[in-house]
Design a protein around this ligand. Structure first.
Ligand code: MGD
Ligand code: MGD
Ligand code: SF4
Ligand code: MO
Length: 720
């Protein structure tokens, strides 16, 4: 990997009585390089040092990263399995007693087998997450299909990357979140960034973003809020939440009308041009302005900057994806690159800011309702046969596709699903429409939760299993570039906690399916089987050996053989992954949000993140510094809107939608549209904004519309 202009050789600081274990952060898709400091006398993690020589992030870390190590030996860690004998206490923290692993395994196996005997194999479900290594994600898919033999498995990436995945699949025939390495970002001439609060959510990208402007390039940002990155943008497209499809169509319309289309590229490498041009032609700046609320001049200027830039990268995140038309938004913004031919070469392309640490790898290897390792399809008999060969089962034994994450809760509520094995996710905070989801969890006959800390979701469990943090196990994850990297073990698991892969292997034995799992006795054993299972799929990891990952500072997939260095750039040969090698320009008619504002609910509620907390907050709310910086949620309101309601800064208000209500402290802030309010979602119980969000699902990706619904606020009356 060539060194880029930011590279400086700074020696890592090493104290004589400590060792440094090179690894990556436990949290977001940036996967910043870090060295964990381990005390040689106690063999415990005591701190962190930046990893200056990691080429993507060059020693930079955010407030979450520098305190991530405090999780490992935290007083709140779960140390032994917990069993709750009295189901009446479900939904509370009460009634748990510690148990041995043997007792917990015996109980889980017995209950799961009873449910399946009475209600069929598909009465069980698995809900997982992608803060786990590729190896664990892979094994979780196998555990569901081979050990539990159920069709019902899905995961928290459904709430995160599923629209990006569906959109990219439609446009390119392949879903790799970035078509180019992050080390190219600062060398481009224009960054067009939609629905990403980059400075708070992928903070260690920012030195490359600012460098684009320092070099005389341009930054365009589309966000209803004036986020830190929007504040410095050359054009801030301050659109109404839920109107991106109109905005993106307008960009493409202007690019075509003003002569920025690359006709040769369009003819040779794409399909669908005519229909797409027809569909976008309606979106004049004036008409688009009516829908989005963005001034027509800004739209014109943004398209001109992007069109003129010799190289440009279109980037987006959950702001555009967490809509009930999220996958259309992804393909619509991707049309910008395809129509101008700014893709398939260095410094130009498209990227989504992948959310979770392993948000990329975790979606490729079989945790999705319809996916098998290597991004294969469970509905494709050839794919099924390939995976069955590795798993040693007959193709007839492979379960059917299941349903998406939110739809699993619907099946729980109607008692089709009666048992749940939940790991690495906290849906009692993070799923939409919480009143319904919590009732669904409560209605389960039997629920297991594996976590490192007792989460809000664990409160609904009958058995809680203590898992390990990222620092107590090894394996690979795939960062937001599509680069497979190595997570190293710095400390032995504390208490009796165990890594999820080992729990699954041991549980499979108790379920009478040990023959398919008992050869997996180390993380490396799982890694070897995983590489093999991905071989031949389009997300092929076969050549990404741990040695090669160390030697090359990571390996970009696809990497098909031992001597294949991997694929940092996608589509260099202008070959897309559809059967004819062409990309698809998509014609996408505009649809409004599922719930438009009305007289009773005149505001648009949007939700998202702050720099100090991570997702459901179950990890970061326990870290003293992060808690002190952001101890509670709040609702952001524009001063004019606050004045209209007679509401003051710091006052409590009732925020409500058709699904629920929550009391929040008001933050009066100029950096938001007057018709929009924003709440960070990292808090649980009665502070959870997901009590209010709408479960309108994207028809393609099944992504819920976290980013927009209709809401109203009211002053809280004294004494009420
Ligand atoms: N600090 C921190 N960093 C994180 C995480 C975290 O929890 N905390 N989580 C990680 C994960 S899993 C994810 S998925 C990513 C998320 O990363 P982001 O997607 O950047 O984060 P969000 O805050 O969810 O939303 C981004 C922006 O979308 C804007 N937005 C809202 N509605 C719309 C709309 O309709 N259109 C447009 N264009 N914009 C809209 C919001 O105002 C917000 O600024 O962050 C990752 N990094
Ligand atoms: N309103 C609203 N809701 C949202 C979003 C939004 O923008 N707005 N964003 C959505 C997005 S993008 C995401 S990604 C989801 C995330 O939603 P969740 O999946 O709930 O996110 P986490 O908080 O990461 O949950 C992971 C849990 O697993 C635990 N854990 C960590 N590592 C391990 C491990 O190795 N093994 C086990 N067993 N447990 C582990 C953590 O302690 C934590 O309790 O939230 C979604 N919900
Ligand atoms: S930017 Fe993401 S990966 Fe980097 S330190 Fe912060 S949370 Fe960790
Ligand atoms: Mo996410």
């Amino acid at each position: 990997m060539p060194k880029d202009k930011f590279f400086k050789t700074i020696a890592n600081i090493q104290h004589p009585n400590e060792s440094l274990v090179p690894t990556h952060c436990s949290y977001c898709g940036m996967q910043c390089g870090m060295n964990l400091r381990v005390d040689k006398s106690t063999n415990k993690i005591i701190g962190v040092e930046p990893r200056y020589d990691w080429p993507v992030t060059l020693g930079k870390m955010c407030p979450k990263g520098v305190t991530a190590y405090q999780q490992t030996n935290h007083d709140d860690r779960l140390l032994r399995p917990l069993i709750r004998d009295n189901p009446a206490l479900k939904g509370t923290k009460d009634g748990f007693r510690e148990s041995s692993w043997e007792e917990a395994y015996e109980l889980i196996a017995r209950k799961f087998q009873q449910l399946q005997a009475e209600y069929g194999k598909d009465s069980l479900s698995v809900f997982s997450g992608v803060s786990m290594t590729n190896e664990k994600c892979y094994l979780t898919g196998k555990f569901a299909r081979v050990a539990l033999q159920t069709r019902y498995i899905d995961y928290n990436g459904r709430f995160c990357m599923s629209s990006a995945a569906a959109g990219f699949l439609r446009s390119f025939g392949v879903d790799r979140g970035s078509t180019l390495p992050w080390t190219d970002l600062h060398e481009t001439d224009c960054l067009f960034i939609a629905g990403s609060n980059t400075a708070e959510c992928h903070p260690t990208s920012m030195f490359r973003v600012w460098e684009v402007q320092n070099r005389g390039g341009y930054l365009i940002v589309a966000d209803p809020r004036e986020t830190p990155i929007a504040r410095r943008a050359d054009v801030h497209l301050d659109l109404r939440p839920g109107t991106d499809l109109a905005l993106a169509n307008c960009m493409v319309n202007l690019l075509v009308k003003n002569g920025y289309a690359d006709e040769d590229f369009v003819r040779e490498h794409t399909n669908g041009y005519e229909e797409m041009v027809e569909a976008v032609s309606l979106f004049t700046p004036e008409y688009t302005s009516e829908i989005t609320g963005v001034a027509p001049e800004k739209l014109v200027r943004a398209a001109e900057i992007y069109g003129k830039a010799p190289d440009a990268i279109v980037m987006f995140a959950r702001g555009i994806e967490q809509q009930h038309k999220g996958s259309d938004n992804v393909s619509a913004y991707t049309n910008m690159c395809l129509v101008t031919g700014k893709i398939g070469r260095p410094k130009s392309g498209v990227a989504t800011f992948t959310g979770q640490g392993n948000g990329q790898g975790g979606r490729e290897h079989g945790q999705k309702a319809d996916a098998l390792p290597g991004y294969r399809k469970i509905t494709n008999p050839k794919h099924v046969a390939e995976v069955c060969k590795v798993w040693g089962i007959a193709p007839e034994e492979m379960p059917q596709p299941g349903v998406s994450a939110y739809e699993m809760f619907e099946l729980m509520a109607e008692k089709t699903i009666r048992g749940l094995y939940l790991l690495c996710s906290n849906p009692a905070v993070s799923a939409p429409n919480q009143n319904f989801v919590r009732a669904a969890l409560k209605s389960l006959d039997f629920m297991v939760c594996s976590d490192i800390f007792l989460s809000e979701s664990a409160e609904f469990a009958d058995v809680v299993l203590p898992s390990v943090t990222w620092s107590e196990d090894e394996g690979t994850v795939t960062n937001l570039e599509g680069r497979i990297i190595k997570i190293n073990k710095a400390q032995e698991p504390i208490g009796e906690s165990k890594p999820d892969w080992l729990i699954e292997v041991e549980l499979a034995e108790r379920l009478g399916r040990g023959q398919y799992f008992r050869h997996l006795q180390t993380a490396r054993d799982v890694a070897e089987e995983f590489r093999l299972a991905s071989k031949g799929g389009y997300a092929d990891y076969y050549g990404a050996t741990w040695d090669k990952i160390d030697r090359q500072n990571g390996v970009f997939w696809p990497c098909r053989s031992e001597d294949d260095p991997g694929t940092p750039y996608m589509f260099l040969d202008k070959q897309f992954y559809h059967a004819d090698g062409k990309a698809k320009l998509c014609a996408l008619p505009y649809r409004p949000p599922a719930e438009e504002p009305c007289a009773d609910y005149p505001l648009r509620l949007t939700t998202g993140r702050v720099v100090y907390h991570y997702l459901s907050g179950n990890q970061t709310r326990r870290i003293p510094f992060l808690h002190d910086m952001c101890p509670e949620p709040y609702v952001e309101i524009h001063p004019d809107t606050a004045a209209r309601y007679g509401i003051e800064h710091d006052e409590n208000v009732r925020l409500y939608t058709r699904r629920g209500e929550v009391i929040y402290k008001v933050k009066v802030i100029e950096a938001i549209r007057q018709d929009t309010v924003f709440v960070p979602y990292h808090f649980g119980h009665d502070q959870s904004v997901n009590l209010l969000t709408i479960p309108a699902l994207d028809p393609m990706s099944r992504m819920p519309e976290f980013k927009v619904c209709a809401a109203q606020i009211a002053k809280v009356q004294e004494g009420v």
